[in-house]
Design a protein around this ligand. Structure first.
Ligand code: ADP
Ligand code: MG
Length: 346
């Protein structure tokens, strides 16, 4: 008898995680929430500890021909801080694990840690440990973060209620456009090494890709205003994918309006004119913006309706199978996730 072999690409990243989750049971009373949100939740008296991890691998998540090591270190911390923020918590500690091939020097590791330390300082996080191994090829950087939040203030993906307002911070699509610009530059440079990098007009987007920030400022502001989002997630894979996570986990449907999706004018122009791609598609499916997507009760709207950096893009309704984007012309289109999904066959 031959052993069964299934391709991971058939399940996709999310399918694989579902499969792992289905075979895992939590035994400890302190394990309040396991797989399936931005961070795990661990009971610690009146507070909850939040625990998450994110791994970045060379050639998949970053290309060192255009990614400065300091920025890579900074981003590796930020993506974890962002997951703690998405649970409504504050990050406190990280551990950093590295796989290094012999291509990397001591000075290269120093540069990576310069970025890691800068992010730790910015977000008030302590670097408390890690692991160092060699790697057969390339650089792997894996960071785990620990955060804390009052046990009644944990914000899951599953709390969205009918009639809630759907909010998103900052602007979307910039990180994806930044990546396209960096890739285009790389190809041009490979074809003509004499070429000088031409990034002057694209600094905003390139910055969004190489040096993102986590929205801890929003977490603190919402707390000061006495607002607890009913559901929250960070935008790592793209708005569409994250909306569907909230919909599925909360058992509700979401309707958003195309003309409400926040897109910076520089991002819009670069997408439409320079790259000839649809800016809205970039915002929906681009990913890596690390903004926060959350839902609030209508009664909280007054408190943030004039906030410069929070945008109200739609609302929650009761049909979980109907997640719709209403176009500028008023046409409803089903929201589909086309964001970054590891292992998916393209
Ligand atoms: P995010 O994009 O917020 O980092 P992911 O999509 O990576 O979240 O992960 C979703 C959930 O699945 C999280 O709870 C994460 O801890 C869990 N998860 C991801 N990979 C694994 C794995 N290999 N084993 C167990 N849990 C996993
Ligand atoms: Mg997340």
């Amino acid at each position: 008898m031959t052993e069964k072999r299934s391709e991971i690409s058939q399940l996709g990243e999310f399918g694989l995680i579902e499969r792992i989750k289905g075979n895992v049971q939590l035994g400890n009373k302190t394990s309040l929430f396991g797989i399936g949100d931005d961070a795990a939740v661990i009971g610690a008296g009146d507070e909850s500890i939040l625990l998450c991890t994110d791994m970045l691998t060379e050639g998949v998540h970053f290309d060192l021909s255009y990614t400065p090591l300091q920025h890579l270190g900074y981003k590796a911390v930020v993506v974890n801080v962002s997951d703690i923020a998405a649970m409504n918590g504050r990050p406190e500690q990280i551990v950093v694990s590295l796989g290094l091939s012999n291509r990397f020097s001591v000075e290269a590791v120093d540069m990576l840690y310069e970025g890691i330390r800068a992010a730790c300082k910015n977000y008030n996080v302590d670097l408390v440990g890690g692991d160092t191994t060699s790697s057969a090829s390339g650089l792997v950087i894996s960071i785990a973060a620990l955060g804390r939040v009052n046990k009644n203030k944990v914000t899951y993906r599953s709390g969205a209620k009918v009639n809630d307002i759907v909010c998103v911070t900052g602007d979307l699509g910039g990180a994806y456009i930044g990546l396209q610009i960096l890739e285009r530059n790389k190809q041009e440079f490979l074809a003509n090494p004499e070429m000088k990098p031409q990034l002057e007009n694209f600094e905003y987007m390139v910055g969004r890709q190489l040096k993102p920030e986590a929205r801890m400022d929003i977490v603190f502001e919402l707390a000061e205003l006495g607002i607890q989002p009913t559901a929250m997630i960070d935008i790592s894979d793209g708005l569409a994918s994250e909306l569907l996570h909230i919909s599925k986990n909360s058992g509700v449907g979401i309707k958003i309006f195309e003309d409400k999706i926040p897109i910076d004018s520089k991002v819009y122009e670069t997408a439409a004119i320079e790259l000839n791609i649809d800016p809205v598609t970039c915002a929906l499916n681009g990913g890596e913006d690390y903004e926060l997507l959350f839902t609030i009760n209508q009664s909280d709207f007054e408190k943030i309706k004039n906030h410069q950096d929070i945008h109200f893009i739609g609302h929650v309704h009761d049909n979980a199978r109907q997640n719709l984007l209403i176009t500028k012309q008023g046409t409803p289109i089903p929201i589909q996730a086309q964001g970054w999904n590891h292992f998916r066959e393209t």
